[in-house]
Design a protein around this ligand. Structure first.
Ligand code: GLC
Length: 550
């Protein structure tokens, strides 16, 4: 499809996960009700009024299951219960019911690639080579010299193989040695994990975010093992990207993955109106394959491009067009600005441009996912070495993900209304200005901008499910429009810090500014002479004019 073409492929029957906006809660850090310094489900229940007021449609909770917490819940020891730290199954049932009563949805995190080394399945598997669960995990003999089967490196550093002295074999782990990898080629593993999904779907869970879904089809790659991994010199100096490259280069995105994904999708399809979102850090042409060609993939392979692209108009518009053009028929796009693994948008782009990013996220075509606290403009919080908790940071200095996982700020008190105790991670600086209570009463706040954009998106079909068309970029400014029938919105974003004109292709329209990152401009008239302020983004409702060609 030509890049200038108007793009819309899903027409009438939009599902909740297409129309709506997802909000990611990192449960340890949202709200602590029981006073232990760690967030919990009752705490989340206490904050549903806020989420409804904000105007999000679905919540995705990072893992809440029993876990030794070696990787803060991404090491699960029981897939069908709730960790006492977070509450109980009864609390989760209450959360499901309260959200549904508000017309909202609840998504959980499904971690199929690995369990905890304390999961009964793994304890059984490692107990003996004759264990019926031995082949639920990936066990291999040492090489003749006693070294690991190959040179694969774990994503957090060190070998991807861990020696088990009792049964005298190595097991495979992409992440920590406490996260042994399941063998999805084994039908018994598939059956057990399918039952996990059914357990939650029957309880009313509306969908899952699936952790490292691209790693599930590793079987053949494990057999054909290179001794060493060659890293692209362009990323070698950047430890995070180098470790991602190691993982991807070695065996990520194996062809067999898609067959596993299809099996997971088939389980979701046993139930009405559920959604599967997947963590897919891949180039876009490989990313879109995760949709499947005929509905056999996941509904929303996370599109992380806004986390990676240079913050410049031309590359962003090109990336949008390319992504849109590569989407398979009936595939629905999605966009992400932040998550629990990446530096926060306010720190990556600076406060002023984080507002522009909010306008972009909430006016693009596709389901947005908002990371908790980004709606306040929360920055990464500097964490001293002795306060660091993330195993990635503890293994590779400088790689800690703690800065983006700090507690939500509800008010200006020293623990930000998050807890009555010592918070598990520090609250960080500037709590007096960056907190919900303060920002609710300030019409210039980032929070108000988010709320306004969310309300407009919900109210206007053109913005939630309408067509997208690029209107090009000039100097620091990019423009596009969203349309649905006769309804039209023009979005113009200045990604620079100097005043700038609207791109030529976006001229010839006059109208009213519905939203501006500069509040004093809202309600003003927009026309060809309009000059964007520094770091200004606007959403314009053009006056309907006869004769303009779309
Ligand atoms: C995903 C999660 C990350 C976790 C890893 C291992 O990338 O987002 O937080 O450490 O998987 O489960």
């Amino acid at each position: 499809m030509a890049s200038s073409a108007t793009i819309q492929r899903v027409n009438d029957t939009h599902r909740w996960w297409q129309r709506g906006v997802v909000y990611q809660v990192y449960p340890r850090s949202f709200q602590d009700r029981d006073g232990d310094g760690v967030g919990d489900l009752p705490g989340i229940l206490d904050r549903l009024d806020y989420l409804e007021w904000l105007g999000v449609d679905a919540i995705w909770l990072s893992p809440i299951f029993p876990s030794p917490m070696a990787d803060f819940g991404y090491d699960i020891s029981d897939y069908t219960d709730v960790h006492p730290l977070f509450g109980s199954l009864a609390d989760l049932d209450r959360l499901i019911a309260s959200l549904h009563a508000r017309g909202m949805k609840l998504m959980l995190d499904f971690v199929p690639n690995h369990t905890s080394d304390q999961h009964p399945w793994f304890l059984d598997s490692r107990s003996s080579r004759q264990s019926p669960k031995r082949d639920w995990y990936i066990w291999r003999d040492a090489r003749a010299d006693g070294s690991p089967p190959n040179g694969y490196v774990a994503a957090f550093g060190g070998s991807a193989w861990e020696w088990d002295a009792r049964t005298r074999q190595f097991y495979f782990h992409t992440f920590l040695k406490e996260q042994p990898e399941l063998e999805w080629a084994n039908p018994a593993v598939r059956a057990a994990m399918s039952d996990v999904l059914r357990f939650w779907f029957r309880r009313g869970i509306d969908g899952f975010r699936i952790d490292v879904i691209t790693l599930l089809g590793k079987h053949s790659a494990i057999q054909v093992a290179p001794d060493s991994v060659v890293i692209d010199p362009a990323v070698a100096d950047d430890p995070v990207r180098a470790s991602q490259a190691r993982t991807a280069q070695v065996w990520g995105d194996e062809p067999g993955t898609h067959e596993v994904v299809a099996a997971i999708r088939a389980v979701a399809d046993e139930f009405d109106d559920r959604v599967l979102v997947g963590e897919v850090y891949l180039p876009v042409e490989r990313l879109v394959v995760y949709y499947g060609s005929a509905g056999e993939g996941i509904h929303l392979p996370f599109n992380f491009q806004l986390l990676e692209l240079p913050w410049e108009p031309q590359p962003i518009l090109e990336a949008i067009d390319r992504y849109e053009a590569l989407l398979p028929p009936n595939a629905w796009p999605n966009w992400v600005l932040g998550n629990h693994d990446r530096s926060r948008v306010a720190s990556r782009l600076g406060e002023a441009q984080a507002r522009i990013a909010a306008v972009l996220l909430l006016t693009l075509r596709g389901t947005p996912t908002v990371y908790y606290g980004d709606e306040l403009g929360m920055p990464d919080v500097p964490i001293s070495r002795d306060q660091e908790r993330d195993p990635f940071g503890l293994m590779e200095p400088g790689q800690s993900r703690d800065p983006e996982r700090t507690p939500m700020r509800w008010d200006a008190s020293p623990t930000a209304g998050f807890t009555a105790a010592e918070p598990w991670l520090p609250i960080g600086p500037r709590v007096a200005e960056l907190n919900v209570e303060e920002e609710r009463s300030d019409p210039h706040s980032v929070l108000h901008l988010y709320r306004q954009l969310l309300a407009l998106r919900r109210q206007e079909r053109a913005l939630s499910v309408g067509d997208y068309r690029s209107l090009g970029a000039e100097s620091s400014v990019m423009a596009y429009e969203r349309t649905s029938g006769a309804e039209r919105f023009l979005i113009v974003l200045n990604l620079g810090h100097e005043p700038a004109r609207v791109p030529l292709a976006a001229r010839g329209l006059s109208g009213r500014i519905e939203v501006s990152t500069r509040v004093d401009r809202e309600g003003s008239a927009f026309d060809d002479d309009f000059v964007l302020g520094p770091d200004e983004g606007i959403v314009v409702r053009p006056a309907i004019r006869a004769g303009r060609t779309a």
